[in-house]
Every structure is written in C-alpha cells, then in structure tokens.
Design a binder for this molecule. Structure first.
Ligand code: GLY
Length: 350
C-alpha cells in the first residue's frame, strides 16, 4: 500500500488547492453527504480547484453505507465521464471516506482519492490507514479493500461545528492511541478539558494521535499483527454497540469504545498486570466524561454472543488486544467466559 500524505492544515483553502494541484487529474468529483454538503462544502466551494467539480451527494449516517449508495456513486462517476486519471475528494465523516474510498478504489480498477475528514472520529481514525468499504448483509464494513488515499487533509475548522457528543466520540479513539503509545501522550489526553475545548490544543493532540496510527499502519498495513493494537477497546465496544443498536438505544461509536476500554483495561489488569493506578485514572476519566452504560446481568449472555461473532476472532476463541502497561501491547489475547462476565460485572458496578 502506498504511503499517504497527511496534511495538518493551517489554511484550509490554500492547503486544499495545493493538495489538489499536486494530483494531476482530468476531472474532479466531490463526494459529500447531505449534512456535509450543507455545513462543510460552503467553506471550500469557491476555490478555483473546484471550478469544474462534479458533486455527488449521498444520504447521511451509517445506514447509507450500503451497496445502493455505492452503486449510486459508481453511476455518477460513469455518467460524469470519470476515467482512471480522475480524482475524487471525499468530504465528510467516516461513512463518506470509507464508501468514497471504496468507490474510487474499484471504479475502472481504481482512481486516486483524497480524504478531507470533517468529524473528529474520522480525522483520528477512519480516514487514515486505507481501510475502505461498506456494510453488507447486516454486518459492518463487511465488503471493502485496503487502499490508502493519496492525501488526508486534517483541519480543525470543521471541528468547531461539532457538538460535544461527536467530539467525545472521536476523543475515545485518541485515548486509545494514547494508551497504546506512551505515558506522556496518555497523561496529556487525561489532562485535556473536554468541557471547555481549546481547539488549538485539540488540533495538536489530533496531530499526535494520527502520527501514532500512521506509524502502526506503516508497520502492518493489512492487520496481520501490530495493527491489531488499534482494536483495543473494540471487542467489548462493538458488543456494547450491537446491544445498543438492537435495543434502539442511541450510542455513538466512540462512547461504546470508551466503555469497551474500561472492560478491556479491566482484563488487562487481571491477565497482563496493567498497573492499577493507571487503570483507575483512565476509568475515572471515562466515567467523568462519558457517564455509564447501564447493563444488567441478564444481558451478559447476549453480549458474550456478540463477542463470539466479532470478525476479529480467529478459530473459536474471542480475540482481545490487551496491555501490560501503557504502550506495552499484547495482541491475540483470550479470556474465559467467567473472566468476561467478571469484566461485565466491573462495567456494571462502576
Ligand atoms: N480502525 C482501526 C484501523 O484502522 O485499523
């Protein structure tokens, strides 16, 4: 997989012009969803590089990350005369960058694309690292390819319009990056005041967070080993997210990851000797900022079943990424059903 350019933008317009000029193309297509068309596109639509841009807009939210939306984008590319020398710019959150990346990677066997992620979650996670795809057959990200964007442009201008829930959702992935990297980064993240955001400082934390992910992806682009570190908090987190979805409780991805981090750090203390003081500080931070996810014991079997169906598993066992300490990553860890139920007791009791 080619290395992607990650641009920390200080001047959104100028940086987009330069990035697009750096990618020779015959036609340019801009993919947005209905929300980013309304809120984000006006910030850049007067740039000369977009004079002849063809717009493609799909519905917002993950429900639209479907084969139908993908076919709609392919059709728009075909009718707009896209060739292998065309360029696609994905302006939106993870749904737009994942689906747009996949559409670009597969149309005429692939045209170049640039991601301009507009949510914190997509800036620190989805848009970096070349995972593209759509949901299929009731499963998230079931169909897709690894193929990096030529460039990812990160601007804190978009973050200012996000509500606090969406900031917190992205911040959980940053906390995960802190836990798998080093104590300084982790401590800086715990010190950051999420109730009164300093966007300059947030931008600098985003940049550190993305660098951590970038290094991991460079070492292991297709998740054979080290990239599994990025799954910390996600085995339990995805189960909580699936339970919430089934019960029609609205839970943003990053909130489920934050509660998943509580679960998996609990297992880390139990099985890998993760230090109790760092465990307590992290759990406190998550409780203070994300609140609790109420569950009762009757839901344990269902959560356990969700974990057994996780696509990260190999063979019959549930696969966790755990930590021996901050930055001491232990991939491919297993836990017994009893240990998993103890972990859920800890989450429930707080
Ligand atoms: N979201 C985890 C990864 O990119 O591998």
């Amino acid at each position: 997989m080619d290395k992607q350019d990650i641009i920390l933008s200080r001047n959104l317009g100028q940086d987009i012009e330069n990035t697009i000029m750096g990618q020779p193309h015959d036609r340019i297509f801009v993919l947005t969803d209905t929300t980013t068309l309304r809120l984000c596109w006006p910030l850049v639509n007067s740039l000369h590089c977009f004079d002849r841009a063809q717009m493609i807009t799909i519905g917002e939210t993950d429900e639209n990350k479907t084969l139908d939306s993908l076919a709609y984008v392919w059709t728009a590319l075909q009718q707009g005369g896209a060739t292998r020398h065309s360029l696609m710019l994905n302006l939106g959150g993870g749904m737009v960058t994942d689906l747009g990346g996949f559409a670009a990677s597969t149309f005429k066997r692939g045209l170049a694309y640039i991601n301009v992620p507009t949510t914190l979650l997509s800036q620190v996670d989805a848009s970096v690292g070349g995972k593209t795809g759509i949901n299929f057959g009731g499963l998230k990200n079931e169909i897709g390819v690894f193929n990096c964007a030529k460039a990812v442009l990160l601007s804190s201008e978009f973050l200012r319009s996000l509500d606090s829930h969406n900031i917190l959702s992205g911040y959980a992935e940053m906390l995960k990056h802190g836990l798998i990297s080093n104590v300084e980064n982790w401590a800086e993240l715990l010190r950051f005041d999420l109730s009164s955001i300093d966007y300059e400082r947030l931008g600098s934390l985003v940049s550190k967070s993305v660098t951590i992910k970038e290094h991991i992806v460079e070492e292991d682009p297709t998740e054979k080993g080290l990239r599994k570190a990025l799954n910390l908090g996600h085995t339990a987190g995805h189960a909580l997210e699936s339970l919430a979805m089934e019960e029609e409780r609205t839970v943003l991805h990053g909130y489920a990851v934050a509660w998943g981090l509580i679960c998996e750090l609990y297992l880390s203390t139990l099985k890998c000797g993760f230090p109790k003081d760092k465990f307590r500080q992290t759990v406190q931070f998550i409780h203070d900022n994300y609140g609790d996810f109420p569950i009762d014991c009757k839901q344990y079997e269902k959560l356990y079943a969700f974990m057994t169906h996780d696509k990260k598993n190999e063979g019959n066992s549930i696969n966790f990424t755990l930590l021996g300490d901050i930055g001491d990553i232990r991939i491919n860890q297993q836990a017994t059903k009893e240990e998993i139920f103890d972990m859920l007791d800890f989450l429930r009791e707080g």
